[in-house]
Design a protein around this ligand. Structure first.
Ligand code: ADP
Length: 325
């Protein structure tokens, strides 16, 4: 082994996601199981700079697998984007005797981790924790399944009122640059269309749906709009101008999509990824994200996870279109 792995640091960073706690628990317990000390770093990279750190024992992660959010807190830290900020973070690493890091977050978190790893020859393993599911190389990210289920339940409720009043609803869901939540929640909720950033033609598809007269066969319609897909309000305004007679409503789901107890899928995924992160470190891996493909754990270089575009499955776009007649 090139370095002795006696102590790891673990942090959560960027947007919080349900299942992050399950990942923290798994990293902590898998490390201790292997005789490695665990230092929990609070508030993401910010805590690494300010030294907000606590050594964790197994009981520090008791009773958190079912909790949403992150007990380690998360923060956005612009200082870490600078060389000077990262140098301060490295001082903390040395002072605390941390040999390697496990970072739980999204592409911003891994971009920072990659720079830090290169500058200080630091072994870092990433666990994908984001509701957007926008990281290349993994079928799913921790938090995505929970958010998808939360959205589905919300749309089911919106459907009740939409049907009672024969309305056209535009529901905005999260996903800055990715339409995974929008497309899959649209299929799962039986929505009529999804406007996603990856597919410009979905706007044309919406026009077609509306000009065909959605009320002929249905007494309500729900269109899911990814926040990166133009915004539900803008879409509603546009349609209202074209079809002033339609009773249109907008619902922006917002932060409720991030919260809640993680689903079984996310808890299991986070648990497996946490154990895999420690095993990867023991195996002298570095600068990789743990992913899951066809239910098998995989290692994905940070460079690929961040840069390569993960495509939405066009077959699903087709499914939505066929089933929305
Ligand atoms: P996410 O990890 O969910 O994508 P952010 O994009 O907010 O969330 O990134 C989380 C943190 O990662 C940022 O607050 C910052 O500290 C760090 N980070 C993001 N981008 C970079 C970068 N280009 N260089 C260094 N650190 C970065």
């Amino acid at each position: 082994m090139q370095y002795e792995l006696k102590c790891i640091g673990v942090l959560t960073s960027g947007g919080d996601a349900p299942g992050m706690n399950a990942a923290v628990r798994a990293v902590t317990r898998a490390a201790i199981y292997n005789g490695i000390k665990v230092k929990a770093i609070y508030r993401g990279y910010k805590g690494l700079i300010t030294g907000e750190i606590k050594e964790f024992q197994t009981q520090d992660v008791s009773n958190i697998i079912q909790q949403g959010g992150t007990i380690l807190k998360s923060a956005r830290c612009s200082e870490f984007k600078t060389k000077e900020g990262r140098a301060l973070a490295y001082e903390t690493i040395q002072r605390e005797g941390i040999d390697a890091l496990v970072v739980i977050g999204g592409d911003g978190t891994f971009t920072g981790a990659r720079a830090f790893a290169q500058e200080f020859n630091m072994p870092i393993i990433g666990i994908p924790g984001t509701i957007d599911n926008d990281l290349w190389g993994t079928d799913s990210t921790v938090g995505y399944d929970t958010a998808l289920n939360t959205i589905m339940e919300c749309i089911d409720k919106i459907r009740d009122t939409a049907t009672s009043h024969e309305r056209l609803f535009f529901v905005e869901v999260m996903g800055r640059d990715a339409g995974f939540l929008a497309l899959n929640s649209a299929i799962a909720s039986g929505s009529e269309a999804a406007i996603i950033p990856e597919k410009e033609t979905s706007v044309a598809q919406l026009d077609e749906l509306i000009s065909n007269g959605f009320r002929k066969s249905k007494n309500s319609s729900i269109v899911i709009v990814a926040e990166g897909g133009g915004g539900a309000q803008a879409m509603a305004d546009r349609i209202h101008q074209q079809y002033p007679d339609y009773d249109i409503r907008v619902s922006i789901l917002g932060h409720l999509q991030r919260g809640g107890s993680p689903t079984a899928y996310d808890r299991i995924l986070a648990s497996r990824m946490g154990v895999a992160a420690i095993e990867a470190l023991l195996d002298e891996q570095r600068s990789i994200m743990i992913g899951v493909v066809n239910d098998e754990i995989v290692h994905v270089p940070f460079s690929k996870a961040i840069k390569d575009d993960k495509q939405v499955n066009l077959e699903k776009v087709n499914v939505l279109q066929i089933l929305s007649i």
